[in-house]
Design a protein around this ligand. Structure first.
Ligand SMILES: Nc1ncnc2c1ncn2[C@@H]1O[C@H](COP(=O)(O)OP(=O)(O)OP(=O)(O)O)[C@@H](O)[C@H]1O
Ligand SMILES: [Mg+2]
Length: 222
């Protein structure tokens, strides 16, 4: 399987925003992106993240395949299970992801952050490890991101996972004062590329910004 597993320090970090942009850019370059959200909660009634990703690939049907785990409540997959929803079947999800993304460039968005519990025993890190994909970390470019990022990088290493790049996404304009230093400090400590995604008014503004960053070349080299 060729591609990346997109994860983060937590929910609302910018994963879908950045992944959709990368899918559009890869598609424009003639690669066949397959951007998927295999586990999505808060689906009431549509899987909004999965649809945004699928539409960015020009393949809306990818969002609604029966293989994916969907729960209505906006909680972690394990919490949805505790509310009575059937637990995700990781083996089935992995097989479906491999089958669906075969021959294309996989962009798999995890639910929430890296250590979100999927069931009693597994977290998102276990799903990423089974897929064997490098991690694309997307984190918010705001105060607190230094420790949060270094913590997930340490957790990733412990789980045998390798990040290939970090995107600091700016969801506010003007950015938080810490954003003047975050990329510099993190790039001093990390041995993979650190890229800033500027606050973007429209998806096409974000596409323009990311098209000029080293991120695409990094992804294409995997
Ligand atoms: N670079 C950016 N420019 C403008 N808005 C951004 C940027 N990055 C993130 N955002 C905004 O931040 C919010 C959260 O982003 P997004 O939904 O992509 O996060 P997520 O990590 O996918 O969340 P979830 O854990 O729910 O899947 C959205 O409203 C999105 O538009
Ligand atoms: Mg998302």
């Amino acid at each position: 399987m060729k591609g990346v597993f997109v994860t983060s320090t937590g929910t609302g970090a910018g994963k879908t925003t950045i992944t959709a942009s990368l899918a559009r850019l890869l598609r424009a370059r003639g690669l066949s992106p397959c951007a998927l959200k295999p586990l999505e909660t808060g689906v009431d009634p549509v899987p909004a993240d999965a649809l945004a990703l699928a539409e960015a690939c020009g393949r809306p049907e990818l969002a609604t395949m029966a293989d994916w785990y969907r729960a209505r409540s906006p909680v972690s997959p394990y919490a949805a299970t505790l509310e009575g929803h059937p637990p995700p079947d990781l083996d089935r999800l992995v097989a479906a992801l491999r089958r669906t993304a075969s021959g294309g460039y996989a962009l798999i968005e995890g639910a929430g952050g890296l250590l979100v519990p999927l069931d009693r025993h597994h977290t998102t890190a276990d799903l990423a490890a089974r897929l064997g994909l490098p991690l694309l970390l997307v984190v918010p470019d705001r105060l607190g991101v230094l420790s949060d990022t270094l913590s997930i990088v340490a957790s990733a290493a412990q789980a045998g996972l390798s990040p290939c790049a970090l995107v600091l996404s700016r969801a506010s304009n003007p950015p938080d004062p810490s954003a003047r230093f975050n990329a510099h400090i993190l790039s001093e400590r990390l041995d993979f590329p650190v890229v800033v995604a500027p606050w973007s008014r429209t998806p096409s503004d974000l596409d323009t910004a990311l098209a000029e960053s080293p991120l695409l070349a990094r992804l294409a080299s995997l």
